[in-house]
Design a protein around this ligand. Structure first.
Ligand code: KIV
Length: 271
């Protein structure tokens, strides 16, 4: 069976069932085959091919520069490594904020060319036409509210969003709009825990939080951050589960030493 025709064990319906029975949803980013194989094998529920690839894979300051072709390449690589998890691919900046037909064309390319199960889009009322058009084509959409990194130039800062009442109300209204439109889940990024809890309780679809406290239906982190590959990024919400930066630096330094000292390769490591 080809990767593209697999029906994976975790579906959008299963995520809704998990919310209904109070089982938390695990989600993490991946951008390549090897990482996706490890993450899927560990039993992750959702794998996000995030446009954070622009930061952690390509070294850009923001997520804005990544292109549709580049997202498709990352998603194709991830899908090849996944058997069980639901794979969601971010729609990159500029592919859905204007004309809804162009948005649909981009979403169709992602689904056709990658074998991903769903797309994710940042924003609420402003992009509702595009969301609805994509949904009518049968493509599942995950929403993303709160700190939406594609709008960083509008916000001017990566600090917590929706602390003020007006922004909190708009976020709640947007969440309802996304649910009514038919989104299957919503990422809530960097908003007060109490607001995330209220949004979660007011929706029948799951919410997945990042920096939004424990009251959401699931949690998502960027894999490079939680594995400690990025040394310089330490927001309060981040829990590091490993220090791969140190482990990898040590391993690579050791290899350099062995090459320089002619210790590698030895008799057993040659033909
Ligand atoms: O691109 C990404 O990694 C994301 C997560 C932070 C939710 O959108």
């Amino acid at each position: 069976m080809s990767t593209e025709s697999k029906v994976r064990a975790v579906t959008t319906l299963r995520l809704k069932e998990m919310k209904d029975r109070g089982e938390k949803i695990s989600m993490i980013t991946s951008y390549d085959y090897s990482m996706a194989t490890i993450v899927d094998g560990a039993g992750m529920d959702v794998i996000l091919v995030g446009d954070s690839a622009a930061n952690v894979m390509a070294g850009h300051e923001t997520t804005l520069p990544i292109t549709l072709d580049q997202m498709i390449y990352h998603a194709q690589s991830v899908v090849r490594g996944v058997n069980r998890a639901l794979v969601v691919c971010d729609m990159p900046f500029g592919t859905y904020q204007g004309d809804s037909q162009a948005a649909l064309d981009s979403a169709v390319r992602i689904m056709k060319e990658t074998g991903a199960d769903a797309v994710k889009m940042e924003g609420g009322a402003e992009i509702l036409d595009s969301i609805k058009r994509i949904l009518t084509a049968g493509i599942p959409v995950m929403g993303h509210l709160g700190l939406t990194p594609q709008s960083i130039h509008k916000f001017g800062t990566y600090t917590v969003r929706a602390k003020e009442e007006a922004e909190a109300k708009k976020l709640m209204d947007d969440a309802k709009l996304l649910e009514e439109a038919g989104c299957f889940a919503i990422v809530l990024e960097k908003i007060p825990a109490q607001l995330a809890k209220e949004v979660t309780e007011s929706l029948s679809i799951p919410t997945i939080g990042i920096g939004a406290g424990g009251g959401t239906d699931g949690q998502v982190l960027v894999i490079h951050d939680m594995l400690g590959i990025n040394k310089g990024f330490s927001p309060r919400f981040l829990r590091r589960y490993a220090n791969l930066h140190e482990i990898m630096t040590e391993a690579v330094s050791h290899y350099i030493e062995d090459v320089k000292s002619c210790d590698f390769p030895n008799q057993n490591e040659q033909y």
